[in-house]
Design a binder for this molecule. Structure first.
Ligand code: AMP
Length: 316
């Protein structure tokens, strides 16, 4: 089933105990697409400026199953760029700068050929732009959004409007806490369900994730998964986006033909759990190397093999 992702494509500079990676390829859309591509085809909608390095574009073009025809270059514009410094244990990071560039000038155009997309992931960007982009997919059957502290702090009203329009929300625990003013993960997830989506996934880094789904009868079902136990952590940047990419890529491969255009896709806790297992494994590869480097050589068969290992580890 056609999967599309909208979000940022940019230039990152990250400072880590494992080393620094300056002016490398980054952005929520790229990490998502790289991971989703391991599960099947994914379309990308984003905008960069004229300063976007040719090498980064070549890297995107080389990603497995990624259709980047929707990545446009805005004349005279400056590419989104982001810099961050990680703590010694790499469990937290401080954003040093966010320069929106072309991303701050308005949402990119969705190519006509992408308008039939049924499954839409709105990766991190301004919620007003996420909403504007969402309106360009009239056949949507499943919409999931990501957000982060910057948007919760500066665009909470728009975020509230967005939450009314999406099926699912993916966010970090500290972002869920910021948005709901609640310290307990389960309470925060329930609170978020009241804001609009029918499911919510709260990520807790190396402690895995909690997910909550409002069932057809109005009751709330919960699930949880551990993170993949990784010894080699080089650069956690993009872990959240690739987690979402593996998750959505799997759903797109499974939901084929399940609902007529415009109808919502049915979801259950077992389906979400299977999809989140793929997301967990996808994230475990991302953090093994800087930027998108691990995805330059990663093959779907390697992802499948690690998934089998993970499934064995979580079996009770
Ligand atoms: P993650 O580590 O999964 O949270 O994603 C990090 C990626 O998101 C980096 O490659 C950044 O370029 C991108 N990013 C950082 N801040 C923002 C933001 N405010 N909006 C959209 N993308 C962002």
């Amino acid at each position: 089933m056609s999967l599309v992702v909208t979000g940022t494509v940019g230039i990152d500079s990250v400072y880590l105990p494992t080393g620094n990676a300056e002016r490398v390829l980054g952005g929520s859309c790229v990490y998502f697409a790289a991971a989703a591509g391991m599960m099947g085809p994914v379309r990308m909608v984003a905008v960069v400026g004229e300063d976007f390095p040719a090498g980064s574009r070549a890297l995107i073009n080389g990603l497995t199953n990624v259709d980047s025809a929707g990545l446009t270059t805005r004349k005279g514009g400056k590419t989104f760029s982001w810099a961050a410094r990680y703590s010694a244990d790499m469990n937290s990071r401080e954003t040093l700068s966010t320069e929106l560039g072309v991303v701050g000038e308005g949402a990119p155009e969705v190519p006509a050929a992408y308008r039939d997309s049924r499954i839409v992931f709105l990766a991190n960007m301004h919620p007003a732009q996420q909403l504007a982009l969402l309106k360009q997919f009239p056949q949507q059957g499943l919409v999931v959004a990501d957000t982060m502290d910057l948007w919760i702090n500066i665009a909470r009203y728009d975020l509230g409007l967005l939450l009314q329009e999406v099926d699912g929300l993916v966010l970090n625990f500290d972002e869920a806490e910021l948005l709901t003013n609640t310290k307990n993960t389960v309470t925060a997830a329930k609170h978020l369900l009241n804001m609009g989506p029918r499911f919510v996934i709260v990520k807790k880094g190396e402690h895995g994730c909690l997910f909550a789904l409002r069932e057809g009868d109005g009751s709330i079902a919960l699930g949880a998964l551990p993170a993949f136990p990784t010894e080699k952590v080089t650069d956690p940047t993009g872990a959240g986006d690739s987690f979402a990419g593996g998750f959505m890529g799997y759903l797109a491969s499974k939901l084929s033909g399940h609902a007529a255009p415009g109808m919502r896709f049915p979801l259950s806790i077992p389906t979400l759990r299977s999809a989140l297992a793929r997301g967990t494994v996808a994230a475990s590869f991302t953090i093994e190397d800087f930027s998108l480097d691990r995805y330059k050589t990663l093959k779907p068969a390697e992802v499948e093999a690690r998934l089998k290992w993970y499934a064995e580890m979580v079996r009770i």
